[in-house]
Design a protein around this ligand. Structure first.
Ligand code: NAP
Ligand code: GDD
Length: 355
């Protein structure tokens, strides 16, 4: 049987790297878009580079950028993939307030560059398209969200993603492209970027437990997120692409937890009970047994606008496609803490043997 060919933007990111591994296991040929950087940015896929890129010739990385129409057009023309997963993005909400124009260009217009190239190259019958849409598009509604909920973005990131969401629908309806949105709620893994609250917390907890630091500085402790496992979410992306028709689907767990709870659970994994004292920016989290302060608030992590509460209803994808999350919240937190401790121990041993 002919092997399917996938093209992944954002292949060097959390989801892109997990999706590349998932598709290679399914015998796909995988092409990925990577940005030129002054230092290596392929750390998350280095483990599959030798086997699949060098030996089996199943993984190909191409320089390009979502802000560069020429490279997008050229690559789609050369690769002519069966499936395009648009996962590339400036994906940090707080940073989108600092770089709003760039974020809109990459996250909003980047999607349009891909969709338009697919139509202009007359590949609309061949290519299926997946857009990594986000629960941030809903903004602050404080209720359970599904595909019929209204969108009220409150950050440049969310409005850029909403542009991409709409163009995905518009190109589907106007040109008949198989183009689907996965409206994904927060999802994490051991390879999550280190400036998202999950990874920032689990890495700090691992360091504190090994005596390498004492304090974690954070912003808003009281927002709620619907946190799932990224490995489950890349499976959902693939299933959406295999479904009989293109459509829009919420990918979520239908559970929500506060940032505070995430931090408490991560410390619990290393045997530390965190108690809280004080209010606002003076609030501290301290070790119930030793009284040592391990969590402090730093205003720099507050956002100009905050989404306070996210919880997604995944009934549609469950009933139509048969996807449900496998990893729950506490399994996710424990997995991330354990992996960070393992990696830290490895690098400490490595450092000692290098000396
Ligand atoms: P991530 O780890 O930040 O990865 C983003 C990827 O996009 C990286 O490979 C990055 O390259 C690449 N990228 C950034 N700017 C680019 C540009 N100008 N041109 C080409 N590539 C560019 O994000 P993620 O967590 O894997 O998320 C994947 C996608 O899902 C993103 O679109 C995100 O917005 C969306 N999403 C994520 C979540 C979540 O909770 N993770 C939820 C909803 C939606 P470098 O490695 O060079 O930086
Ligand atoms: N990053 C960060 N750093 N967030 C903090 C901190 C901190 O020190 N302290 C508190 N928070 C709070 C944020 O204010 C937010 O309410 C919550 O923790 C989660 O923040 P992030 O982990 O940065 O994720 P996000 O929810 O803003 O965005 C992620 O999920 C979206 C889907 O809902 C990203 O992956 C987006 O790309 C994605 O679209």
């Amino acid at each position: 049987m002919k092997r399917k060919v996938a093209f992944i933007t954002g292949v060097t990111g959390q989801d892109g790297s997990l999706l590349a591994k998932f598709l290679l296991k399914k015998n796909y040929i995988v092409h990925g878009l990577k940005r030129r950087a002054s230092s290596f940015n392929t750390g998350r896929i280095d483990s599959i580079y030798e086997e699949h890129q060098l030996k089996n010739k199943k993984l190909f990385l191409h320089y390009g950028d979502l802000t560069d129409s020429l490279s997008i057009y050229d690559l789609l023309n050369k690769i002519k993939p069966d499936e395009v997963y648009n996962l590339g993005a400036q994906s940090h909400v707080a940073i989108s307030f600092i770089n709003p124009e760039y974020t809109t260009n990459v996250d909003g217009i980047g999607n349009l560059r891909l969709l338009d190239a697919i139509t202009k190259l007359k590949l609309k019958k061949k290519i299926k398209f997946f857009q990594a849409s986000t629960s941030e598009m809903y903004g602050n509604q404080k209720k359970i969200l599904n595909e019929n909920s209204k969108f009220e973005p409150v950050s440049p990131y969310a409005s850029a993603k909403l542009l991409a969401y709409w163009n995905t629908k518009i190109y589907r309806e106007a040109y008949g492209i198989f183009a689907s949105n996965g409206i994904m709620f927060n999802h994490e893994s051991p390879v999550r970027g280190e400036n998202f609250i999950s990874k920032k917390t689990t890495k700090a907890v691992a360091e504190i437990s090994l005596g390498l630091r004492e304090v974690l500085y954070v912003g808003n402790l009281n927002s709620y997120r619907d946190w799932g496992y990224a490995g489950d979410y890349v499976e959902a992306m693939w299933k959406i692409m295999q479904y009989k028709k293109s459509d829009d689907f919420v990918i979520a767990t239908n559970k929500t937890h506060s940032v505070r709870k995430f931090i408490e659970l991560a410390f619990k994994r290393v045997g530390i009970t965190i108690n809280w004292k004080g209010q606002g920016i003076k609030e501290i989290g301290y070790n119930k047994e030793t009284n040592k302060i391990h969590v402090r608030i730093d205003e720099i992590y507050f956002r100009p606008n905050e989404v306070e509460y996210l919880k997604g209803d995944y009934t549609k994808i469950k009933n139509s496609i048969g996807w449900s999350p496998r990893i729950n919240f506490s399994m996710l937190v424990n997995m991330m803490v354990d992996e960070d401790i393992k990696n830290l121990k490895k690098s400490t041993i490595q450092f000692k043997s290098d000396k």
